[in-house]
Design a protein around this ligand. Sequence first.
Ligand code: ZN
Length: 497
Amino acid sequence: MSKRKAVSIVLTRNPESPEVYLVERNPALKFFGGYFAFPGGTLDEEDHSAQIANAAVAQPDSLPFMAAAARELFEETGVLLARGDNMIEAGKRRHYRQQLLAGEIDFHEMLGRESLAIDARDFHFMGAVLTPEFAPVRYDTQFYWVQVPDGQMPEIVHGELVSGNYCHADAALVRWKRGEMIIVPPVIFMLREFAGHSVAAGTPAILKHTEDYSRGAIHQIYFTPGVQMVPLATGTLLPATHTNAYLVGESQLYLIDPAPSDPNEQQRFWNYLDKRLAEGCEFKAILLTHHHADHVGALQACVERYGLPILAHRNTAEKLGIMPTRYLEHGDELDLGESPDGQPDWQLKVYHTPGHASGHLAFQETRYGSVIAGDMISTLSTIVINPPDGHLAAYMESLRLLESVTTGTIYPSHGPAVRTGREVLRYFIKHRQEREQKLLATLTAEPQSTYELVRRVYNDVDPAIWSLAELSLQAGLIKLREEGKCAERGGGFVKRS
Ligand SMILES: [Zn+2]
């Protein structure tokens, strides 16, 4: 898992106001496309050797972050945060920015040529956040609050970003709760601290938050309102190292998949749950997507600690040897109370989605259409279909069911959430169909063993995962056999036509 250094800039035009500049990322971007965020980006090589005035007021290791902040701010918004006797006038700034975006000049050289310097006094540290473990690439991001220089107006050039605006924190949160805008997760908790008071007054609370994070506190990760993702370390299948538990609801919460078996990781989880209780939240029940060990490691401990009922599918309960308070079935609805924007009758719908596991359930909240998909999809790797409890034909049918109902973000058990849930499901359906076609095309009248077949059908993937792929291959052979398209003969598999 790679880590990259990045910087985010909280730009204000009036430090006494809770107003910050938010940029809208191009929906076509793979990383947080369509989301609103603060301006910023990753550190470049050149940022490490940049000259910074009054460097003594800052931590030495924060200087490259400041250099990157000034550069990214100029690239993304045209705001030039530097000091000197003669600030370059607007027309020349625009010209420099075009050259910079075209890769014709170097930002720090440009400053030198114009006798301008980045000044450490212009940057107010708000904390550092390391992307939680759900993501394949993790960013070590430092946040700086900066005041826009007099007479400058941020301006977006259409490309990676498509718009930008100063927004009042509370107004942005209202729009977010209405589902009118989506905002990258760390910005949400910062906006919450700005709401009602100035950015300057909100800064100490944000610093405390980020310090707690660095000491292991659970991050507040919301890709959409009302669904909190809680990545917890489990002994799951690589490349995943974590399972996402979920808290769904606003003040009455359902807890989905208490996953970790490690006592230290459980303790991290309890600390967070205790905090939510202390804030006045109520836990209604534990819901299980399915019985696999990397989803239920803390189940018993969680029941004992919080005295919560368990709601699960009958097959899941049987596999775990537990007697749940209630069996969940396809079509059930659980009451979530009021939605984050105050709408009544917010429900959590239950879908029976067998295939990965025969008792697998997915859940959809009705306000934003988000789907908690469990192990129906993973945004890190392929889902393993392990017969006999795993069944490929049933899995395909369940994928199609979810594809037909998903209107919002999809939340997997492993990996980040994706805003375009339905597209993701379509991609996985297509991917499985193509693999099935390849298997069908590889089968001949001559018997081939699964050992031989896996090498031919999965010749485009890393041989290290062939042993896992063999499980999927077997699931594929069962499906074709059920459909009368293949048969077992002479210790191998042959095509039937
Ligand atoms: Zn599973």
